[in-house]
Design a protein around this ligand. Structure first.
Ligand SMILES: [Zn+2]
Length: 134
């Protein structure tokens, strides 16, 4: 069980990686800073809208009891669901910047995957990479 030690909004003194989308929180950007205790004491930082989207998704679609050990990164939740496009559609109207970051992650991941195939001498098939060849 995660125990909350503190949560606050803070202006970034330097760039950080967002817990939920893995994109950069820019220097000077106000963001969410959560410090908790589980087996260890840890701090996670998130874009404010990423944090709001993660909470909205859980509150509206999931059961809080499934998250007794903490909220995982939103990007992982969206990709692990097998419903990435539907997850994006669900959040897009209220959290457009969050969805843009998630889609950028998908595109960059597919570009890296396709580059690895090419480097191994394998021709990527466009239908396997709809976000970059579609
Ligand atoms: Zn984020």
């Amino acid at each position: 069980m995660v125990e909350e030690i503190s949560r606050e909004e803070r202006k970034a003194a330097k760039p950080h990686q967002c817990f939920h989308c893995y994109r950069t929180i820019a220097k000077g950007e106000v963001h969410d800073v959560f410090t908790g205790r589980d087996d260890t004491i840890y701090t996670i930082r998130s874009h404010l809208d990423c944090q709001a989207a993660a909470i909205a998704r859980i509150t509206e679609l999931m059961e809080w009891s499934d998250y007794w050990d903490g909220v995982p990164p939103l990007y992982d939740e969206m990709t692990d669901s097998g419903e990435f496009e539907n997850e994006c559609a669900y959040l897009r109207g209220r959290f457009p910047h969050v969805v843009t970051r998630m889609e950028l992650n998908e595109q960059l991941g597919q570009i890296r995957h396709a580059a690895r195939l090419v480097a191994a001498g394998i021709e990527p098939h466009g239908e396997d990479f709809p976000n970059i060849y579609g």
